[in-house]
Design a protein around this ligand. Structure first.
Ligand SMILES: *Cc1c(COP(=O)(O)O)cnc(C)c1O
Length: 470
């Protein structure tokens, strides 16, 4: 395959992709394969000789596509969505054709300067105050790791990278049990240790951290000779959409001089709508905030927006400047690789530019508002059915339920069977979580091409399959 054949194949694949997106709703959402099916269909040895693109593409359709779970399916209601809107896919096509490395300003000035501008567009879209600077990370997990490393270095007076943690007081980080597992992993990788991740109890309908309990935990640690280091809050937790009381918790963090990080990976996108911002009131007091345009904002994975009140803390933690990376004579420029753990960086700002311009903020808001409205309407309908229980109320477009027909005993088993049967059926895709120990089923809507009819269909599928279980 040579570049002079590229445009033929490019056109063919563009046509294939358009057709795929227009008809993806006709497929079962979750892949119907058994473990090993795809592995066994792939030759055990690599080819020694060149193969024709026709053959490669044929096998892609025959072998790969049957093993794909369709994340762009309009009735994908599992996990959180990972939207790839049409303008975003086009931007990614261009990015992969140019394939620039964007680690330093000089290695791609357009990428760096567009990243600065796009992060400021997002800052305005979320109504965060001027002064917050931003960087695009590959994932929320990476942003959270960067924030945890920063809080560690600050607490150690910038000596941790040099001296390691040996002989230091144990560093303590506070969060609720509703945060994403990426927080645990950041704590492991940063050398802080799981035992020093303190779980503060939650309270109330939003399942948010109890601020008084936070202060009590910090005090107890100070009394025991530990070093309180940082607070990690969640706004829109993965299980049930839990939201910590940001303002009260950040006041306590500030009182004790602790670095703060807010994980709004999913729900942050909804903050482009003023009516949902009460869920994170006070967020402008945070040191670090993360949200993923690659979830609900239509921007293809990967694209994670990381805002920093003072990027110098992050850069002081992560910048490393060997001679070959120095850009002499270009003072005042940003080298974004100093803001993240990996050195190499993709040109991710381009797809934000395409998406925000192609939809406009109003177009994006309209989609999110529809998802939330339709999801809440489904919740209202299911709530009215006497054999179903709502287990957590809607937080944005996410809520949980379980099937609890009168006289049934093992509800965990019944609901696990229900979610499996629904996913085997294939018309919709749901996942389960636990609420106070009980197995419950999550519903969330957020796919870009989802319609009201798609969400309504979930009611028929859920009730029909549940009542046929016995
Ligand atoms: C999805 C999610 C993450 C992880 O995001 P990645 O970008 O995949 O690392 C972290 N926190 C929350 C609340 C999430 O919903």
């Amino acid at each position: 395959m040579n570049w002079d054949e590229f445009s033929d194949w490019g056109a063919k694949i563009a046509e294939w992709a358009q057709d795929y997106h227009l008809t993806v709703g006709d497929n079962p959402v979750r892949a119907r394969t058994e473990p090993g099916d795809i592995l066994n269909a792939l030759p055990a040895r690599p080819p020694e000789r060149s193969q024709a693109m026709e053959e490669i593409f044929h096998d892609f359709e025959q072998i790969v596509m049957p093993g794909i779970t369709h994340w762009q399916h309009p009735r994908f209601f599992a996990y959180f969505n990972a939207n790839a809107s049409a303008p975003s896919v086009l931007a990614e096509f261009l990015t992969s054709a140019i394939a620039p490395q964007c680690m330093l300003w000089q290695t791609s000035p357009a990428a760096t300067e567009m990243e600065t501008r796009m992060m400021d567009w997002l800052r305005q879209a979320l109504d965060l105050p001027t002064g917050f600077a931003g960087v695009i990370q590959d994932s929320a997990s990476s942003a959270t790791l960067a924030a945890v490393l920063t809080m560690r270095e600050k607490a150690l007076n910038w000596q941790g990278n040099q001296q390691g943690l040996f002989g230091q007081k144990p560093l303590r980080v506070y969060c609720s049990a509703e945060v994403h597992t990426s927080v645990d992993r950041a704590i492991w990788v940063a050398g802080i240790g799981q035992e020093n991740l303190v779980r503060v109890p939650i309270q109330g309908d939003w399942r948010g951290m109890d601020p008084q309990a936070l202060e009590t935990a910090i005090q107890a640690d100070l009394d025991s000779g530990y070093q309180p280091t940082g607070v990690i809050l969640c706004v829109g937790g993965t299980g049930t959409g839990a939201a910590d009381p940001v303002e009260e918790c950040l006041k306590i963090a500030q009182k004790y001089g602790l670095y703060s990080h807010v994980d709004a990976a999913w729900a942050g996108s909804a903050m482009i709508c003023p009516e949902y911002r009460h869920y994170w009131e006070g967020v402008e007091q945070a040191d670090s905030i993360v949200f993923n345009p690659h979830k609900w904002l239509g921007v293809q994975f990967d694209c994670c927006a990381h805002f920093l009140k003072d990027p110098d803390d992050l850069v002081r933690t992560l910048a490393i400047s060997p001679e070959f990376l120095k850009t002499h004579g270009k003072d005042g420029i940003i080298n974004y690789s100093e803001w993240s753990v990996p050195l190499g960086r993709r040109f991710r700002a381009l797809k934000l530019w395409f998406v925000i311009r192609a939809y406009g903020l109003e177009g994006l808001r309209e989609r999110l508002r529809n998802h939330i409205t339709w999801s809440v309407a489904l919740h209202d309908r299911l709530k009215a059915e006497s054999d179903f229980e709502i287990t957590t109320n809607p937080m944005w477009s996410l809520w949980t339920f379980r099937y609890a027909p009168p006289g049934s005993t093992d509800l965990d088993d019944l609901n696990l069977r229900l979610v499996n049967a629904i996913n085997d059926d294939g018309r919709i895709y749901l996942t389960q979580t636990r609420v106070d120990g009980d197995l419950v089923i999550r519903f969330q809507a957020g796919q870009f091409e989802t319609t009201q009819a798609d969400v309504q269909m979930a009611f028929d599928v859920i009730t029909e399959i549940a009542r046929s279980l016995n």
